[in-house]
Design a protein around this ligand. Structure first.
Ligand code: MRU
Length: 342
């Protein structure tokens, strides 16, 4: 599977996910403004991958300046710009915060920030691999697992979160097949997850978002595994819009809902779901499909990019440090405490 971003000789190469699965086009970003634009337009997306792109963006900012003080000013301005690109992903703030800490210590900001971005990238891959194993260990042989949006390598820069769990389950012979929702309005499921799963040889079938209830009624969904963009201290989970209705249906049908996310997605400063900022995107994404009009001119539309699944609908949060079980507020507090003590 192709990593969605890589840094080479002062250039951040970003696989432009807007053109997948049809075309593999790469953006060449030399300036943090270009990285911010790539994040805003979803050329690079998925909470962890956004964080990594931002970390490389800070390194590009520092590289543009010729002395450390100017580099600091440039990096501060870039951090502010990058922070405003997409408000929901906790991993974005996490990466920018790590960048700020690094900058305070560094005598050579450009080298230090590049090394940090590379370290975060390696850490993401390791976290993904570990959480995939923890998630797969929860499964019994022959499971049919439903997932939403895209949470594979394209979304994390590593092995993936929920999609990584599904892939690890497949490698262990535990997966019968995955159900992949198309994920309207931008089709991350059909464009990206289907593309990745085909390349990885994971058996799956695609369905329209509104078919989830019909499948659950037929009893052909054994588990839901999704990713997260931000998890509040309460255990409420913000993820791609459409996750909440899937979780409500899952409760009705007695199907467990596992949320797979690295610890960097936990946001202990946000007490509960209602305090999570939810990105509103352009109505054009709803009135158009693949750039073609799908509603009469002048149609008003709403387009929240995420929704919040309350903690009581979540069976477990699968992290690289192990599985957090309900009551989630307590297990999250313990996990965050362990990270701070380390
Ligand atoms: O708007 P996107 O495509 O960035 O949304 C992505 C998701 O909602 C993913 O489920 C989430 O970032 C977890 S990815 C590992």
């Amino acid at each position: 599977v192709i990593p969605p971003l890589r840094y080479e000789d002062g250039v951040l190469l970003i696989l432009d996910q807007r053109f997948l699965p049809g075309e593999e086009r790469w953006l060449r970003c030399r300036r943090p403004e270009e990285v911010a634009e790539a994040i805003r337009t979803l050329a690079v997306r998925g909470a962890p991958a956004i964080g990594l792109a931002a970390a490389y963006g800070l390194a590009l900012a520092a590289t543009e300046a010729h002395e450390p003080q100017a580099a600091r000013r440039r990096v501060d301005a870039a951090a502010e710009l990058l922070a405003r690109t997409r408000p929901t992903a906790a991993n974005l703030r996490f990466a920018l915060e790590r960048g700020r800490e690094e900058l305070e210590r560094a005598t050579a900001p450009a080298a230090a920030l590049l090394e940090l971005a590379r370290r975060l990238h390696r850490e993401q891959l390791e976290a993904d691999r570990r959480l995939a194993v923890h998630g797969a260990e929860r499964m019994r042989p022959g499971e049919r697992v439903l997932t939403h949006c895209n949470t594979g390598p394209l979304a994390t820069g590593g092995y993936g979160t929920a999609a990584g769990v599904i892939r690890a389950a497949h490698e262990r012979g535990l997966l019968e097949s995955a159900w992949v929702t198309e994920t309207r309005p931008l089709l991350q499921g059909s464009r990206l997850t289907a593309w990745e799963m085909r390349r990885a040889g994971v058996p799956f079938r695609l369905l329209g978002d509104s078919a989830v209830g019909a499948l659950m009624q037929r009893g052909v969904v054994d588990r839901v595994v999704v990713g997260a963009d931000r998890i509040a201290a309460s255990g409420d989970v913000a993820n791609k819009v459409g996750t909440y209705p899937i979780a409500v249906l899952a409760e009705r049908h007695g199907v467990p809902v596992d949320v797979a996310a690295p610890l960097s997605t936990l946001d202990p400063e946000t007490p509960a779901g209602e305090a999570i900022p939810i990105e509103e995107r352009s109505p054009d994404e709803v009135t158009h499909v693949g750039g073609r009009r799908a509603a009469p001119p002048g149609t008003e539309a709403v387009n929240p990019a995420f929704d919040v699944t309350p903690a009581e609908l979540v069976s477990a949060i699968v992290t690289e440090a192990g599985v957090l079980e309900p009551p989630l507020s307590e297990s999250i507090a313990r996990a965050v405490g362990a990270v701070r003590a380390a």
